[in-house]
Ligand binder design. Structure first.
Ligand code: SAH
Length: 353
């Protein structure tokens, strides 16, 4: 956890929690809603800007809470599309990345949930750098708010994918708090229907998520449909092999009625043959009680040191359709700015002594 000199990171509190904190300071309950609005609608950076609060109360807030900034270190705009990549520095100096992507239906932010990652996927730029710490809910919000502040209101973020650095379900409580905050009607009020959460497959947490009744889209990073290949690419598969993982996906669907999207990075010569397509078909067809599963294909982003090269997502898509699966090829945005998550942070860390 970042050091706050004993102060509470106020952006991370829901109105109910703020109410409890404020009542301990002897403030009336209605202050919580006012302050929540100052933080999440007006987005002030200082307590002194909360002009309907007395000077004395502003000082009291200042001594108990902090409003932490997240600073933009670097911004890279693509020359080929409207994608912008942000490198942020957190209050303790750690770096994380996020990407702003423009689609015809709106603007989506891909944000990070941890500084680094423990999962060790062999194709991923973040894996070799290891895990440093979880992000707080306020730091996840901060990534979105910093992008909003950079654009006029009609170009603010309208959708979020939790597909940046980190494994969101390995930082479960903070991610859930973030989702409650960003969707709160008195604050940013974002519909969770426009949020996707991607996981490498932490089975107990998928079961927990099914109980939350969030209308978000769950994506599961599959990348291979045999245990041998998946364990070689994703060490998490040794703990939660495919049978266990897909049984959890089935329970999630049965409980929520929401189909899961399966992510599949196509890697030349590794997981892109007709045999792998057939294995994927066999595995996925039973999961959603006869409804066609959806696989999102992306040519793997070659990360230096991994030795992996992109396979043809279009060819693999045709193979999957023959297997009775719906497959789409994800548009790769911002290739020229290393928009694939983790690469900018990694380059910057390698530059540092
Ligand atoms: N930890 C989560 C979310 C972050 S990674 C997860 O595993 O789903 C977001 C997505 O990018 C995942 O599907 C991940 O497997 C994929 N990914 C990571 N490195 C990649 C690369 N080099 N090329 C293509 N996809 C990659």
């Amino acid at each position: 956890m970042p050091e706050n000199n004993g102060k509470i990171e106020i952006l991370g509190l829901l109105p109910e929690q703020l109410k409890t904190e404020l009542s301990a300071m002897g403030a009336p309950a209605f202050r919580a809603k006012q302050i929540f609005r100052w933080l999440h609608v007006k987005r002030v950076g200082e307590f002194s800007e909360m002009t309907d609060q007395s000077k004395q109360f502003q000082n009291d807030l200042e001594s108990r809470f902090c409003i932490k900034r997240i600073n933009i270190v670097q911004k890279l705009a693509s020359n080929t599309d409207d994608t912008v990549k942000y490198l942020y520095r957190l209050s303790d100096g750690n770096l994380v990345e996020a990407v702003r992507m423009v689609y015809h239906h709106g603007v989506t932010a891909c944000i990070s949930t941890q500084v680094g990652c423990k999962m060790g996927c062999k194709f991923c730029a973040s894996a070799p750098l290891g895990f440093i710490r979880n992000l707080t809910a306020a730091e996840m919000l901060g990534q979105i708010y910093a992008m909003d502040a950079d654009y006029p209101e009609d170009a603010h973020i309208s959708g979020i994918v939790l597909m940046g650095i980190g494994e969101p379900l390995d930082n479960y409580d903070n991610v859930m708090q973030f989702l409650r905050l960003i969707s709160h009607k008195d604050g940013r009020n974002m519909s969770l229907r426009h949020v996707s959460l991607s996981t490498c497959g932490l089975v107990p947490m998928i079961d927990r998520l099914a109980e939350e009744e969030f209308p978000l889209t769950l994506s599961v990073s599959l990348h291979a449909a045999t245990d041998e290949k998946r364990s070689a690419l994703m060490p998490v598969n040794r703990k939660y092999p495919l049978d266990t993982l897909l049984a959890a996906c089935k329970r999630y669907f049965d409980k929520t009625g929401r189909r899961i999207t399966f992510e599949y990075a196509v890697i030349a010569g590794e997981n892109d043959t007709p045999e792998y397509a057939a294995a994927l078909g066999r595995r996925l067809r039973p999961v959603f009680s006869g409804q066609r599963p959806h696989v999102n294909l992306i040519p793997v982003n070659p990360v230096s040191g991994t030795g992996f090269q992109a396979g043809s997502a279009q060819k693999f898509q045709k193979m999957l359709e023959k297997e009775g699966l719906n497959a789409t090829v994800r548009r790769t945005l911002g290739d020229d700015i290393k928009a694939a998550c983790g690469q900018l942070r990694r380059d910057n860390m390698e530059k540092e002594p």
